[in-house]
Design a protein around this ligand. Structure first.
Ligand code: NAD
Length: 426
């Protein structure tokens, strides 16, 4: 897909859903266009020369509340990509039922070639350039690809400084509410929120389908923030976690044809120690070279498991491998891991696919709770946060499930209908 394709493809997908369900085309077209895309120059002194990077913030739609979405630092960041991602954020915030709109931004830069000092300067300069368009009641950025709580803390600090210099009267707690994903004044439970939300959705789906967790074998692709917490919490909820993987490949244990569940906390410790999952099938037991083995990520996707969790990259289930997928349930924990063609092919075959805008919306729901905590100038307890998050995810799932039954359609289309119903009725 070239640079100018992503936004248009997303737009076309939603327009065709609109047509199918007789949604007023003019209203839909108006919604699909971002309210504003800010482009800024971000100069940074790299020692020998000053290099100017390109920064963006797409503010897509604020019918339901302030714009909300991450900031990514990646060489491929461009206007088209942030526009598309901000549109998906508008839908995601609506599906999970929080009073936020959609936003996304970033800088076209490879942060790995910058020193920590240069990275800090880049982050602060970006905030200086967009400070007028963000705020607790305007637009609330968060971390995304290659950005983290430390970067967000620098940005928050810069924003507070700018507000002070401009003689701003906004109370400090509300200045903190301008960013989420912070370490300072951040939210306990935010780290696991996305994985926790995905497992809540899986448990609700299992109830609807009368599936006993202990009868269900689950494979998870990706063992980062989302994949690890998903695997750990699903295993604690009684599901059999039989395969996990990272960028170097996956691990499984088998006795003959039967999978042996992995001990996820021990696998995690092993990965921490070795730096990757390679060899971690030995974790927690006598290393059985016959039972434990490494597999490739391609093999993991095609395992004869009941439930597949792509939690790493986009487009991993596509035209090339869709015929080999054996799982009966797929939960899209990464953004866009199943291509539109594969989604259509697999749902036609009866596979239930929970779309990303529902499955991984626990992350932005957690961000909303962080924003609210800052707005109220309070410190919430982790157990209360997770209880609220569980309720929010259960409600979101129930709404989408009921819509899919009512319209006799798949969960992706049902999610779009739920989201558009809320956004366009304002
Ligand atoms: P992360 O960087 O913490 O982890 C990514 C994991 O994927 C790592 O284990 C990495 O080794 C693995 N990986 C990389 N390339 C791979 C490959 N080719 N095959 C298999 N595994 C590979 O990232 P994350 O925060 O866990 O995010 C994962 C996905 O979830 C992304 O699509 C992200 O956009 C999406 N997401 C994350 C959040 C969140 O709150 N973190 C919220 C919503 C959506």
């Amino acid at each position: 897909m070239n640079n100018s394709d992503v936004y248009n493809k997303s737009r076309e997908e939603l327009l065709s859903v609109g047509k199918k369900y007789n949604i007023a085309q003019d209203k839909l077209e108006e919604f699909l266009e971002p309210d504003r895309v800010v482009e800024v120059k971000v100069p940074v002194n790299l020692g020998t020369q000053v290099v100017t990077f390109k920064g963006y913030r797409s503010q897509h739609n604020k019918n339901l509340g302030p714009y909300k979405g991450g900031l990514r630092f990646h060489p491929r960041v461009n206007k088209d990509e942030v526009m598309a991602l901000s549109l998906w954020m508008s839908l995601k915030t609506a599906v999970v039922g929080i009073p936020f709109g959609g936003g996304k931004g970033g800088i076209a830069v490879d942060p790995k070639v910058l020193s920590e000092k240069q990275l800090e300067e880049l982050s602060r300069e970006y905030v200086r350039k967009i400070s007028e368009v963000i705020g607790y009641d305007k637009d609330v950025p968060a971390p995304d690809v290659n950005t983290n709580p430390k970067i967000i803390d620098w940005m928050t600090d810069e924003f507070i400084k700018i507000s002070g210099m401009n003689g701003g009267k906004t109370p400090l707690n509300k200045l903190f509410a301008t960013f989420t994903g912070k370490s300072k004044n951040g939210l306990e439970g935010r780290t696991e929120a996305t994985g926790f939300g995905g497992v809540t959705v899986l448990k609700e789906l299992a109830k609807k389908l009368n599936l006993e967790p202990k009868t269900q074998n689950v494979a998870v692709m990706g063992f980062g923030n989302v994949g690890f917490y998903f695997a750990d919490l699903a295993s604690k909820s009684g599901f059999n976690l039989v395969a996990v993987s990272d960028s170097k490949g996956g691990i499984i244990k088998k006795n003959g044809e039967k999978f042996i569940p992995l001990d996820i906390p021990l696998v995690y410790d092993c990965k921490q120690e070795k730096g990757s999952l390679a060899g971690c099938y030995c974790a927690g037991g006598v290393c059985d070279t016959r039972g434990g083995q490494m597999i490739t990520n391609e093999e993991l996707l095609e395992l004869p498991v009941d439930i597949l969790i792509p939690a790493a990259l986009e487009d991993v289930i596509n035209e090339n491998n869709m015929q080999n997928i054996k799982a009966k349930i797929i939960i899209e924990m990464a953004n866009g891991p199943v291509s539109p063609t594969a989604y259509h092919y697999l749902t036609e075959k009866g596979v239930i696919i929970v779309p990303d805008i529902l499955a991984n919306s626990g992350g932005v729901a957690g961000s909303y709770i962080e924003w609210e905590q800052n707005m109220e100038d309070k410190k919430y307890k982790k157990e209360d946060v997770l209880k609220r998050l569980e309720k929010m995810m259960q409600n979101a799932f129930e709404n989408v499930w009921n819509e899919s039954k009512k319209q006799k359609t798949d969960l992706k289309e049902a999610s779009y209908l739920v989201a558009l119903g809320k956004i366009l009725s304002v």
